[in-house]
Design a protein around this ligand. Sequence first.
Ligand SMILES: [Fe+2]
Ligand SMILES: [Fe+2]
Length: 194
Amino acid sequence: MSTADAERREAARLPEGDVVAILLEQHARIRDLFEDVKSAEGEHKQQAFDELRALLAVHETAEEMIVRPVAQDTVSKQEAEARNHEEEEANKVLARLEKMEITSPEFDAQLMEFERSVSDHADHEEREEFPGVRAGRTEEQLRSMGTRLRAAEKIAPTHPHPSAAGSPAAQWTVGPFASLVDRTRDAINAATGG
Ligand SMILES: [Fe+2]
Ligand SMILES: [Fe+2]
């Protein structure tokens, strides 16, 4: 079974709307999108990469804002800081990556390195962070964290369709990664009333 399949199976075992279930589904989708970017060519490669960037912006920003504050209490401050640091480093690599020509060998080489770091980071979260977060919060609290995460997903569409070119959803994904992160942050704050 692939890692993505195992993550989907684990997510399906958790209660509907649980924040960790949604995060596991996103991890699986991120792994699939890396495969898509690696195997696709031309315009499809660009589309897959844009979808990957959009999903990573939503996912990592949501983890930082919704999961880390809880992990500080339920796991440890050091673990939470380590995960935030890995995300910051990954964001820097992605900012370099999106300036590269997508058809160049340099892009493919950098993408492989990026995939490894994102994957290692996700493994750490699944092993060291998610179990502690689930154990330290009630089902209701986990579902309400999930609701905030879903709100971010909705405002930051992660499934652009070719026919949607020029639509707000398609335009959303073409901005630089840093602006995707800013918009996700705004969406989560709005969903929290903050
Ligand atoms: Fe993360
Ligand atoms: Fe994650």
